[in-house]
Design a protein around this ligand. Structure first.
Ligand SMILES: [Zn+2]
Length: 237
C-alpha cells in the first residue's frame, strides 16, 4: 500500500488536532494519505486503548485516509531507540511516501517531540540499503513538522483550512472518550465546548497569519524556493 503523504504521530488524535484540516484538504485533492500512530494512547487518563482504536478508525474515515495503523509502542514511553527506528523505517519503505508529516521536535509531552526525532531518523534509515529491513530503500522527498502543539514557534508556512475546519472538528470529536467527560468529571477535564473554543482560537490565530479564517501551522528545516516573486502569496501590508 503506497501513499503520497504519511503522517506519523505519538497518540491517536494527535493527527486530527495538529494537522487534521491539512490531511482532509489533501485527501480532497486526491492524494493518498496514511496515518501511523506510534502508541495506542493507553496511558491517557480517559478511555481504554480498545476504545481509542475504535475512535481512531472512525476519525480516519472522516479524514478520508487510505490507511491507518498503530505500532503499539508503549504510550508515555516512546523512545528513540534502534528497535523503534527500524519499525518506523520499515513502514516508510512499505508506504513509500513522498511527504512525511511529523510532530514538531520540541514541546511539553516527551512522546510528541521524541516522535519528531524518531520519525526523522527513521526516514533516514529507510534509505540505507544494508539495514535489516524488507523492501527497497526509500526516503521521503519532504519532511514537514506539524507545530500546533507548540504555538510559540513561528511556522514556516500555514495551510488554509477554512473549508476543512468543520470536518476537522468532526474528526476530533470522533475521540469522544477524550473530549466528552462524564458529568461528574466535567470540572476536571475540558468539556467539548472548551475544546471547541480552544481549537477555534488556535485555528483563527494561525489563519490570521496568512489572512484567512482558519489555518494549521507547519515548520520545515529547509528554506523555501521561489521562482516568481510576483506570485508569492500572503500580503505584506
Ligand atoms: Zn498526543
Amino acid at each position: 500500500m503506497e501513499v503520497d503523504i504519511l503522517t506519523i504521530a505519538a497518540h491517536p488524535d494527535d493527527v486530527e488536532i495538529t494537522c487534521g484540516g491539512t490531511v482532509i484538504k489533501m485527501t480532497e485533492a486526491g492524494y493518498r494519505v496514511g496515518i501511523l500512530d506510534l502508541t495506542a494512547g493507553e496511558s491517557g487518563t480517559r478511555g481504554s486503548a480498545a476504545l481509542r482504536e475504535k475512535e481512531a478508525r472512525r476519525a480516519a474515515e472522516v479524514l478520508g485516509v487510505v490507511h491507518r495503523e498503530n505500532l503499539n509502542i508503549p504510550d508515555a514511553g516512546v523512545e528513540n531507540n534502534r528497535e523503534n527506528k527500524l519499525k518506523v523505517a520499515q513502514k516508510i519503505r512499505d508506504f513509500k511516501p513522498h511527504t512525511v508529516i511529523l510532530p514538531y521536535w520540541k514541546g511539553r509531552h516527551p512522546d510528541h517531540y521524541t516522535t519528531g526525532h524518531l520519525g526523522y531518523e527513521a526516514c533516514f534509515l529507510a534509505g540505507l540499503a544494508k539495514l535489516p529491513l524488507a523492501g527497497k530503500p526509500h526516503r521521503p522527498f519532504k519532511i514537514i513538522y506539524a507545530s500546533q502543539y507548540v504555538p510559540t514557534v513561528r511556522p514556516s508556512f500555514v495551510v488554509d483550512i477554512t473549508l476543512q475546519y468543520e470536518k476537522k472538528l468532526k474528526a476530533i470529536f470522533c475521540f469522544s472518550s477524550q473530549f466528552s467527560p462524564p458529568k461528574e468529571l466535567q470540572n476536571l477535564f475540558p468539556s467539548r465546548s472548551e475544546i471547541n473554543a480552544r481549537m477555534g482560537s488556535e485555528a483563527r490565530h494561525f489563519g490570521h497569519m496568512i489572512g484567512v479564517r482558519y489555518g494549521e501551522p507547519f515548520v520545515m528545516r529547509e528554506t523555501a524556493e521561489v521562482n516568481d516573486i510576483v506570485k508569492i502569496p500572503v500580503k505584506s501590508i
